[in-house]
Design a protein around this ligand. Structure first.
Ligand SMILES: C[S@@+](CC[C@H](N)C(=O)[O-])C[C@H]1O[C@@H](n2cnc3c(N)ncnc32)[C@H](O)[C@@H]1O
Length: 474
């Protein structure tokens, strides 16, 4: 059945992939799901309103209550360009779908929402009046109604409501089948977290990453660049067992003292502690000690040398030209911290894909950020590939005029083997030569740290080329 999905006007490229990942997560109960999407008449892909075909109301409810970017999902009773058209549509919606929810003895609540503008209580009651033709026989209950309805539109406010100007006004009325709960974002907001670092992942993004990874109770989730543990906290909130690693011993062992470290962050929210936090190097990963396909998801924000520079173990040896995996000498096994050397984007991505290919279960997901330049002369972004993985989603978040990060979601579709290891190396060399070199040759760093050219208009004022509607900037 088709439902009206209303998204928040945020992180626009993340909305459908999150929805689709959650549909996959909940499909077990309702059978396999292939989603179809449709836009309302005269709307644009950046619109908050989308129609989606779902197998059951139960799935709609599950998705909405878990999602970060879905505001609500509705059984649409009618839509139109004007209230007259809306009334006609609601009247012709089948009675057998309506009467149950209008029956005597039921309780209900109607809310009025207008996209891109707060409406006055006067305007609200005016709109309620326009729904007087619907034969509600139940009682209004504002606190705990059995049935909720919503009248929604994107009113005509010129081109200043955050949407592309081509989007025309459309009014919708529907019965709510599921609504989101963004209260978790308040609970987990960084400003009230005890142990923080300069690159701690914000709560909204950490939950989105966990949703992309289809985290659920009983799954084992690994973050090889765990830092302050923000991503694993989101995974643990959704019931996963967690495990993390970081090259920085101060991060995983000490933090800022006995009550201010990764462990205390988990304690602060009453979440189960990680199974382990390792001092481990992404290029000396746990598979070397015999662990094989154990993780259901690997979720991380790798150090690309932008804000947190990547490091790898074996600094002095590497400088002396010793190639091959660094091993801690036997006599230094206790309390030894290897020296480190810079770790390039190329190596980091290669090692991450290799680690994920070896250690994820089949169907497991790798969810991670990848940096992208947005300048006019930057080549179209190309993303790393690996024969074990299918790339299923790329979601850009613009961080400045010149620099973005893209959340990549990859699914393991083939088991690891020696042939695959070789094929992956070839793919990696090709990628390194053709795409990564350019990004590494100082271009990424300068895009982030040097000031953007500011244009001056005829009146001498500074202006930017920011589009009128907020699009991907939200
Ligand atoms: C972008 S931060 C991750 C922040 C983390 N998501 C958080 O919420 O706090 C990258 C982390 O990777 C670690 N790191 C750098 N090089 C590494 C390597 N070769 N292996 C493992 N961790 C590394 C850094 O110490 C840093 O904590």
């Amino acid at each position: 059945m088709w439902y009206l999905c209303v998204f928040y006007h945020r992180l626009l490229e993340y909305r459908k992939p999150e929805f689709e990942s959650l549909a996959g997560l909940f499909e077990g109960r309702s059978g396999p799901t292939t989603l179809e999407w449709r836009l309302p008449e005269d709307h644009h892909p950046d619109s908050p309103f989308h129609f989606v075909n779902l197998p059951s109301e139960e799935m709609a409810r599950d998705i909405a209550s878990r999602s970060i970017l879905v505001k609500g999902i509705y059984e649409l009773w009618g839509e139109g360009r004007s209230f007259e058209e809306l009334e006609e549509a609601i009247n012709s919606y089948p009675d057998d779908r309506k009467l149950l929810y209008l029956a005597p003895g039921t309780t209900f609540k109607i809310t009025v929402e207008s996209f891109g503008k707060a409406i006055s209580s006067h305007e609200q009651s005016d709109r309620f009046q326009k729904l007087a033709f619907i034969p509600f026989k139940g009682k209004v209950n504002l606190r705990n109604p059995e049935h909720r309805f919503c009248l929604m539109d994107n009113d005509d406010y010129g081109d200043n409501n955050g949407l592309p100007p081509i989007v025309k006004r459309r009014i919708f009325f529907g019965r709510e089948v599921g609504a989101s709960d963004r209260k978790i974002l308040q609970t987990y907001q960084l400003k009230s977290r005890k142990y923080l670092g300069p690159t701690a992942m914000d709560a909204e993004m950490a939950f989105l990453m966990a949703n992309q990874a289809q985290v659920k109770p009983g799954k084992l989730v690994y973050d090889p660049f765990v830092g302050t543990g923000s991503i694993l906290i989101a995974a643990a909130h959704f019931g996963a067992m967690t495990m993390g690693a970081d090259i920085d011993i101060r991060v995983v062992r000490d933090g800022r003292g006995p009550d201010c470290n990764v462990w205390s962050n988990f304690k602060q929210y009453g979440l189960p502690m990680p199974l382990s936090l390792l001092r481990a190097d992404n290029n000396l990963p746990p598979w070397r000690s015999g662990l094989k396909e154990v993780f259901d998801a690997i979720i991380c924000d790798p150090p690309y040398g932008v804000r947190a520079g990547g490091r790898k173990s074996g600094g002095r040896k590497l400088l002396k030209g010793v190639i091959g995996p660094y091993t801690v000498p036997d006599d230094k096994r206790t309390d030894h911290i290897p020296s480190t050397a810079p770790y390039s984007l190329v190596e980091c991505v290669h090692d991450l894909l290799d680690l994920a290919a070896r250690m994820l279960v089949m169907g497991g997901r790798l969810v991670y950020f990848y940096p992208v330049l947005r300048e006019e002369d930057s080549p179209e972004p190309t993303f790393p590939e690996h024969p074990c993985f299918e790339l299923i989603a790329t979601c850009e978040q613009i961080l400045s005029y010149r620099y973005s990060r893209v959340l990549l979601t990859m699914v393991k579709v083939a088991p690891y083997s020696e042939e695959i290891e070789l094929a992956a190396k070839l793919k990696h060399i090709e990628f390194k030569e053709n795409h990564l070199k350019w990004l590494e040759d100082g271009n990424l760093h300068s895009a982030v740290f040097s000031p953007a050219d500011v244009q001056i208009n005829g009146t001498g004022e500074k202006f930017s080329s920011k589009p009128k509607y907020r699009g991907k900037y939200v």
